[in-house]
Design a protein around this ligand. Structure first.
Ligand code: BTN
Length: 249
């Protein structure tokens, strides 16, 4: 589907700009708010997204699913899958999708997605899908590195500007967004295939006991399904999955 790009300079957060457009009645499904930098870029669970001007790609997509029952996990898969495909188009190799919002390279975080909604109306769901990609950073602040390993496209040996990454991302995002609206189940199947995790030993954290076993499925209806050594299968709904960790290589 066709995306409309809305350009910003340095902003608080592209997701705030997208929500402001929604509140003002100016937002269309597929609007992409792109900024050169963010002063209040946010990550998942109240974290800050490091958003120096010109060093990363920062964008937020308005997803309006009029009268379509679209679970919030579908926009997240849309973003993560489109970024993986776009970066592979650029020649980045060794990428790994990590549910729910990470794209890793060699175990280090390269990109993250954050799906938010405000005043959620199930009859007319509206999500803002925020995407951050580390592009041209040569180094990251020590406090960020203390939290986890991070990397950028440049550190992986590929020279590209945020604008060039955007150029690769928009067609992939348009295609996956179309699929998200028309066939979200196929999107989930593609996400699982691209993760390469089917049949691997995983741990599913749900904030309670969690479970471990061989990954047998990841679908919008059943959630994450694992098989125990006894052959018995258990599923946890996607909305309850806090983290999915691979235990076997
Ligand atoms: C995460 O992995 O924690 C999610 C990071 C999402 C960051 C992007 S950058 C563009 C958009 N605007 C924000 O404030 N956050 C998202």
């Amino acid at each position: 589907m066709e995306l409309r790009v809305v350009r910003h300079g340095l902003v608080d957060s592209t997701s705030e700009r997208a929500f402001a457009a929604v509140a003002a009645g100016e937002a269309r499904h597929g609007d992409v708010h792109v900024a050169s930098g963010q002063t209040a870029g946010r990550g998942r669970r109240g974290t800050t997204w490091h958003s120096v001007e010109g060093e990363g790609l920062y964008l937020s997509v308005v997803i309006r699913a009029d009268r379509v029952a679209l679970p919030p996990e579908a926009p997240s898969m849309t973003g993560a899958l489109a970024v993986k495909e776009a970066l592979e188009d650029l020649g980045v190799r060794g990428l790994e999708l990590k549910w729910p919002n990470d794209l890793l390279a060699g175990g280090a975080k390269l990109s993250g997605v954050l799906v938010e909604s405000r005043g959620y109306d199930p009859e007319r769901p509206c999500f803002v899908l925020g995407i951050g990609v580390n592009v041209a950073q040569r180094e990251f602040p020590a406090e960020l590195r203390a939290e986890r390993e991070v990397t950028s496209i440049r550190l992986l040996g590929i020279e590209a500007s945020p604008e060039q990454v955007l150029g690769r991302l928009l067609p992939r995002l348009g295609a996956r967004l179309g699929q998200c609206g028309s066939d979200p189940r196929a999107l989930a199947a593609d996400y699982l295939a691209a993760s390469g995790w089917l049949g691997r030993q995983v741990r599913v954290d749900d904030g309670e006991g969690g479970l471990e076993g061989e990954l047998r499925g990841l679908t919008l209806d059943a959630g994450v399904t694992v098989e125990h050594p006894s052959g018995e299968r258990t599923s946890i709904a996607l909305g309850h999955v806090r983290a999915l960790t691979r235990l076997s290589p």
